[in-house]
Ligand binder design. Structure first.
Ligand code: AMP
Length: 216
């Protein structure tokens, strides 16, 4: 199964991807996580991406397309779920071209729909582990010890792009550049829209019901 998961920042793409790879045998490819890994390792790509990410802007298409298509082509021969990519119509077009070249096609595009007030609460309360990437929330998903990662004891941080000002900028970018991607896919693909204002478990049930139909 090859899935693209679309949705505003804070729609729960990362959380749902973890559920998906826990149930189905597939690879999770998150463009945001891959970029953060580059930054943590201090690579050239990470340095180029830094200022765009911290201000809530998109990293230029050329950089992202090359990075993601390389990962897709090197992926083991199991399915994949793309999280955070494509985020512009141009990225979607380049992804389509690369898939045609490798004889693959997307099975489903899932669009997680969420209201702006929900996004703001979710993202500004989010805390992340700088070491393992685990994600918590100050109200909904607290770590056992306040401010400390359950897995490795590292102090949790607020991502620089999770502050209220940057979230507003990320949302603006989302409406301008990523919403058109949904329409692009609606023209020729199987697009499934899910209400993602609900709890993660409820969203997961609806999502799994859709994916189970494809697996059968
Ligand atoms: P995310 O963790 O998916 O919210 O991504 C964090 C940041 O990484 C975004 O705000 C962008 O600056 C950058 N980024 C991630 N994916 C993409 C993409 N497909 N195109 C451009 N920039 C991206």
């Amino acid at each position: 199964m090859r899935i693209v998961l679309l949705g505003a920042p804070g729609a729960g793409k990362g959380t749902q991807c973890k559920y998906i790879v826990g149930k189905y045998d597939m690879l999770h490819l998150s463009s945001g996580d891959i970029l953060r890994q580059h930054r943590a390792e201090g690579t050239e790509l990470g340095k180029k991406a830094q200022s765009f990410m911290d201000s809530g802007k998109l990293v230029p298409d050329g950089i992202i397309v090359e990075m993601m298509i390389d990962r897709i082509n090197k992926a083991p021969k199991i399915g994949f779920v793309l999280d955070g990519f494509p985020r512009t119509v141009n990225q979607a077009v380049e992804l389509d071209k690369a898939l045609v070249l490798s004889g693959k096609k997307l099975d489903i595009i899932v669009n997680l729909k969420v209201d702006e007030d929900v996004v703001l609460k979710r993202i500004t309360g989010r805390r992340s582990c700088p070491k393992c990437g685990a994600v918590y929330h100050i109200v909904n998903l607290k770590p056992k010890v306040d401010g400390v990662c359950d897995r490795d004891g590292v102090k949790l941080i607020q991502r620089p792009d999770d502050t209220a000002e940057v979230v507003v900028s990320r949302l603006k970018t989302y409406y301008q550049q990523t919403v058109p991607v949904v329409d692009y896919y609606k023209a020729e693909n199987n697009v499934c829209e899910i209400d993602a204002n609900k709890d993660a478990e409820e969203v997961q049930e609806t999502l799994f019901a859709e994916l189970d139909v494809l697996v059968k």
